[in-house]
Design a protein around this ligand. Structure first.
Ligand SMILES: Nc1ncnc2c1ncn2[C@@H]1O[C@H](COP(=O)(O)OP(=O)(O)OP(=O)(O)O)[C@@H](O)[C@H]1O
Length: 523
């Protein structure tokens, strides 16, 4: 709870107190107009303590505050308003969610309007300063804060998910961004690849952040559009932000989870993610480089899949209007005609002895260019040593060669699914890889071997809602954190998925590139 009962303002002030020392103190009245109740305020580094006349004391947590502004008020007074989004417990069993709460205080203590405005501004400036999240400084990971004012290019797919992205953006997100001094410029996509082309050709210096209001598919386009630029290395460091407008919203659900929030979907998830954007903290995120036998190179932030899960994902697109429920419908349909997928799966375990890959130095696969056909293995990729050279896949050997000897080759060659995920969530209510983090340098590889019963498969998906599927100890399900993998399907029928988008079925291999891009995250 953000507004809790407390002792008198400043009661726990001073070194060692919960809220820290009192930095500002004043007596104002509640509301912008004259005649409001008197309030004694005390501002500490963590909260604004409010004591009304005889009423309960409240503390507004600055960690919940997205903005604060001062303005002149009637009768030579001034006012300052802070907007907080505290978490309130859900009713009737619904999970706790953030709700808007605006608090305005009228300042009429100076003899003139100018003096009152000066005081109101001093309070609002200090509140804004204290409300900015502390930037963590862990070893080796870089965090940053979006500037204020902040210029955000919002790429929005009006047809994603149930088709409400534009309406939800205007109703839920835009007012929050205005409160947080973030100025959005909305670019509504008109067709597939539109966002890809936009960010590939855009002058990125105009923007402090690229915001995607859509499903994961549009962010996949944005990441690959950035990686196709000659200045990709700088471009991909532009902070990205996902606001859930799609049906799966896996990255949004993962970021919500990493922020320590309860599971949320729909408007609650959108409010949580918009709140995270308003706070403006960003950090590094891993990307996985995928190379296909036909020569494509793609960059993926979420997942690569083959088999049951991918088939459900693609086949259920026609139920997009159902939102997240489309996956439940698709799962039930596909359970009825459970298939086996044949192929060879190999991987480099994440805990393989460091340097093992150097014992037998592979000829790394060429750099290529994002989304383009790779040149033959023996030729050097265009620009491989100059500007535009993409990061080298140093753990991989060309697909025509066997995997290096220190890799593990799965003996079984019949699967129900193979799923490599690098974030925690597969969808807003599917916690597939509870251990995954934005920059853990790992691909969380799951594979389900043939022979599993339909009942067990259903149990696994039900348990995944809480992330307890591995506790079922299903002998057919394997989970291994890896740094690279290769999948060689025996037949080309069917479909694979990258970040939930369809990919032709063919041999694919991938490796993680740690901390390659940046993403807005919770503190
Ligand atoms: N205006 C548009 N018309 C048709 N397709 C579009 C348009 N804009 C983007 N697309 C394409 O729609 C596809 C799906 O988009 P997106 O992933 O954002 O939504 P979704 O599939 O509903 O959500 P999720 O990935 O969460 O299931 C993307 O491949 C994107 O290229």
């Amino acid at each position: 709870m953000s507004a809790g009962r407390r002792g008198a303002p400043g009661a726990d002030a001073g070194p060692g107190g919960d809220a820290g020392p009192v930095l500002l103190r004043g007596t104002f009245t509640a509301g912008p107009g004259p005649g409001g109740a008197a309030c004694a305020l005390a501002l500490t580094p963590r909260e604004l303590q409010v004591r009304g006349p005889g009423g309960p004391d409240a503390a507004l947590r600055l960690a919940d505050c997205v903005g604060c502004a001062a303005a002149p008020a009637a009768a030579a007074a001034a006012a300052f308003s802070l907007v907080c989004y505290p978490v309130r417990g859900g009713r009737w069993g619904s999970p706790p969610a953030r709700h808007r709460r605006e608090s305005t205080f009228r300042v009429a203590v100076a003899p003139d309007a100018e003096g009152n405005l000066r005081i109101a501004r001093a309070w609002s400036d200090k509140i804004r300063e204290l409300a900015a999240p502390a930037v963590p400084r862990p070893d080796g990971v870089s965090y940053g804060l979006l500037p204020r004012p902040c210029r955000a290019l919002v790429l929005l797919n009006p047809l994603s998910g149930p088709g409400l992205a534009l309406k939800d953006f205007q109703a839920v997100v835009q007012p929050m961004l205005a409160e947080a001094d973030i100025a959005p410029t909305v670019f509504v996509t008109e067709r597939p690849q539109h966002a890809h082309e936009k960010v590939r050709d855009e002058d990125l210096a105009q923007w402090d952040a690229l915001v995607v209001m859509s499903g994961d598919g549009l962010l996949h386009e944005v990441v690959n559009g950035l990686m196709e630029r000659r200045d990709w290395e700088a471009a991909v460091k532009k902070p990205l932000c996902i606001l859930p407008g799609g049906s799966g919203n896996a990255l949004a659900a993962s970021i919500n989870h990493y922020a320590g929030n309860a599971r949320a979907a729909k408007q609650e998830l959108l409010t949580n993610c918009a709140f995270i954007l308003c706070k403006g903290l960003h950090t590094q995120m891993d990307l996985v480089s995928l190379s296909t036998a036909s020569g494509k190179r793609l960059f993926s932030f979420l997942s690569f899949g083959w088999g049951f899960i991918s088939d459900v994902d693609i086949a259920s697109e026609k139920y997009r209007k159902l939102g997240n429920a489309r996956f439940t419908v698709g799962t039930i349909q596909h359970l009825a005609r459970l298939r086996v997928y044949q192929g060879r799966l190999s991987y480099l375990p994440a805990d393989a002895a460091p340097g093992a890959e150097r014992a037998e130095p592979p000829a790394p696969v060429p750099n290529g260019h994002a989304g383009s056909i790779l040149p033959p293995a023996e030729t050097e990729a265009p620009g491989a040593r100059g500007e535009g050279a993409l990061p080298e896949d140093s753990l991989l050997v060309p697909l025509q060669q066997p995997v290096p000897a220190h890799w593990t080759v799965v003996p079984e060659e019949e699967f129900v699914f193979v799923y490599a995920i690098y974030q925690s969530h597969l969808g807003s209510d599917l916690l597939m890889a509870p251990a995954a983090r934005l920059h853990d340098g790992r691909i969380h590889l799951f594979f389900l071997k043939a022979g599993v019963t339909r009942v067990m498969l259903l149990k696994l998906f039900l348990a995944m809602e809480k992330g307890t599927h591995l506790d079922l100890r299903c002998p057919h399900l394997r989970y291994v954190p890896v740094r690279a993998f290769r999948l060689e399907p025996r037949a080309s029928a069917g479909v694979m998925t990258v970040d939930g988008e369809a990919l032709a079925c063919e041999p694919v291999q991938g490796q993680v590139h740690g901390r390659l891009c940046r993403v807005v995250c919770g503190s």
